[in-house]
Design a protein around this ligand. Structure first.
Ligand code: COA
Length: 293
């Protein structure tokens, strides 16, 4: 089974111009690479212009596509508006927005300063709002339809999660925004969907979220029923499909890609997986004998 294979046909995104926030590294970079391979032109944004320029040059070399690096802190609406102006100047019409930029850190919530909490809310929720509102208003004003917004959330957007409370709070907001605007802006021809990825290792996030020997202590692959972490291409395949015309009838959906991880934590009896086969014989006898008495 080659789950690292590329899914869509070579021209699947030909003619599409895409803005990827946080596109200079990690999962954003992997999705951008595949979009370029499928014929799209992509603007990548983040705060670090040097990193973006290097990534864009490498991606262009690798894929032969057009990748434009634009500095933008998504927390500030006026920076987002400026970035979009430059994006339009470089690529022309923008067809797709991928809200991927995020910030997160693990911490007991009572140790967080108010500013620390705000920082994550500002990047994740306000950043997604800033890009969506600025580009959405533009699309509506210019009567540009057949547009798509894809938001990256997480499975704890609906379960919540201890120790990443600002991120959980912000991602829940992004999910609500996705579903709300999917209905409200459908009349303008703008689709909204989200992806909730499980563990897909990236250097930046994993060093931050599982520092030191936490990586060994909490082997995330073991938490996944399929007993492995995700490969970046698997996520890129799904993202490319969701921003392509092939998913034209998909709107307001959140697709989880986590090998069953969150459901494993949710099912009341899932822990019974630890019961060995021999013990099931004994348990079955005990249960059946109870029923007879
Ligand atoms: N634990 C607790 N508080 C923290 C923290 C941590 N690990 N890291 C930062 N903070 C606090 C700071 O102390 C500061 O609060 P204060 O002013 O009250 O002291 C506040 O958060 C802002 O920190 P600062 O470093 O100024 O923010 P920043 O805007 O430069 O960047 C991040 C914050 C989270 C975006 C930064 O860690 C980052 O660049 N991360 C990379 C992206 C990322 O996290 N990706 C993961 C995606 S899942």
């Amino acid at each position: 089974m080659d789950f690292k294979a590329k899914m869509l046909r070579d021209d699947a995104l030909k003619g599409k111009n895409i803005v990827v926030t946080g596109g200079g590294s990690g999962l954003g970079l992997s999705m951008t690479r595949y979009f370029l391979e499928l014929g799209a032109s992509v603007v990548i944004t983040s705060r670090n212009l040097e990193k973006l320029q290097k990534a864009a040059a490498e991606l262009e070399e690798e894929t032969g596509g057009k990748c434009v690096p634009l500095q933008c802190d998504v927390r500030h609406y006026e920076e987002v508006e400026k970035m979009l102006e430059q994006a339009h100047a470089s690529l022309g019409e923008i067809h797709v927005l991928l809200n991927n930029a995020a910030g997160n850190f693990i911490s007991p919530t009572e140790r967080l300063s108010s500013n620390a909490f705000d920082t994550i809310i500002d990047i994740v929720l306000k950043g997604t709002k800033n890009c969506t509102l600025a580009l959405g208003k533009y699309w509506i004003d210019k009567k540009q339809s057949e547009r798509t917004v894809l938001n990256i959330v997480t499975t704890y957007a609906w379960t919540g999660s201890a120790y990443v409370v600002p991120s959980a709070t912000a991602k829940a907001g992004v999910l609500a925004m996705t579903r709300s605007l999917a209905v409200e802006w459908a009349k303008y021809g703008i689709r909204f969907n989200a992806i909730a990825p499980g563990p897909f290792p990236t250097k930046g996030a994993w060093d931050r979220l599982l520092p030191g020997d936490l990586k060994e202590k909490f082997d995330l692959a073991k938490k996944v029923p399929l007993k492995r972490v995700g490969d970046h291409q698997e996520l890129a395949n799904l993202a490319a499909y969701l921003v392509s015309d092939f998913s034209h009838y998909l709107n307001g959906e959140v697709i989880t890609i986590d090998g069953g991880e969150w459901l494993k934590g949710a099912g009341q009896f899932n822990l019974l997986e630890m019961v060995p086969e021999e013990m099931w014989d004994m348990l079955e006898m005990m249960i059946k004998s109870k029923k007879q008495s």
